[in-house]
Design a protein around this ligand. Sequence first.
Ligand SMILES: NC(=O)c1ccc[n+]([C@@H]2O[C@H](COP(=O)([O-])OP(=O)(O)OC[C@H]3O[C@@H](n4cnc5c(N)ncnc54)[C@H](OP(=O)(O)O)[C@@H]3O)[C@@H](O)[C@H]2O)c1
Length: 265
Amino acid sequence: MTELSALRAASLFDLTGEVALVTGASSGLGRRFARVLAANGAKVALVARRKDRLEALAAELKSAGCAAIALEADVIDPAAMQRAFDGAEQALGAVTICVNNAGISRPSRLVDHDRQGWRETMEVNLDAVWDIGVMAAQRMSAAGRKGAIVNLASILSFGTGRSNGAYAVAKAGVMQLTKVMGFEFARLGVRANAIAPGYFSTEINADYLAGAGSEMTKHIPMRRFGNEGELDGALLLLASPKAGAYITGATYVVDGGHTLQIAGV
Ligand SMILES: NC(=O)c1ccc[n+]([C@@H]2O[C@H](COP(=O)([O-])OP(=O)(O)OC[C@H]3O[C@@H](n4cnc5c(N)ncnc54)[C@H](OP(=O)(O)O)[C@@H]3O)[C@@H](O)[C@H]2O)c1
């Protein structure tokens, strides 16, 4: 019979022995994800372009007794990402949790035909998730370790709105890519899932949510945007080798009910 102590939440979500690589850890959701993973026992490799911010976060985590390393890399540069995985592995051990969180928004309507904005959005928000997810799965398999990939989708994976066509297409791609990863990587012992957040105020959207976007709360059943920390549970569930052991290919919506309502009904 299973010991009751093994059924405690702290045991189910314990990440001791895991090594997590988080892209976009210099800001917003990624910074929070790195803190949550570290607080629950994982060693964390922090990846983004702004190294000063990563170093400050690594110092904060180390001073709290956690293992962390700052690794500067652009997610659209596969060679730089291979170096980041190498650096994580040398400092902390083989990566077993990969959080594909880095993302950008380049608002534009399709009729404006902003080719550069479209390409940048696809490269960072979709192509890099594919590249880094494959790297992670191959490395987990080569190390003989089971692992988890957590991709950041969005409620715009399911629908669209004003001036966010490229972003919505990329995030719909992330959700489908997550299904393909879940399907293909299962034989490697690697699970892949996604979180689809509603709106959380971060650098990507703070100006919009404080201005014209504030009107959106009228259409959210919970009548507010998400608060810091309200993705922690979904992250830990999908990253944990115990709590999430049989979950793969899924996209978890965390949006205060934002996607529930069909407008005008
Ligand atoms: N906040 C929301 O409401 C919301 C909702 C749904 C989904 N999401 C998704 O959640 C993820 C995190 O967004 P956030 O809200 O935390 O935004 P954020 O505060 O703007 O953070 C974005 C992060 O991505 C990194 N990044 C961007 N381009 C990069 C590149 N080429 N290479 C490496 N890192 C790069 C940035 O780091 P550097 O600039 O230092 O490189 C930064 O750390 C994104 O995928 C976003 O689409 C957010």
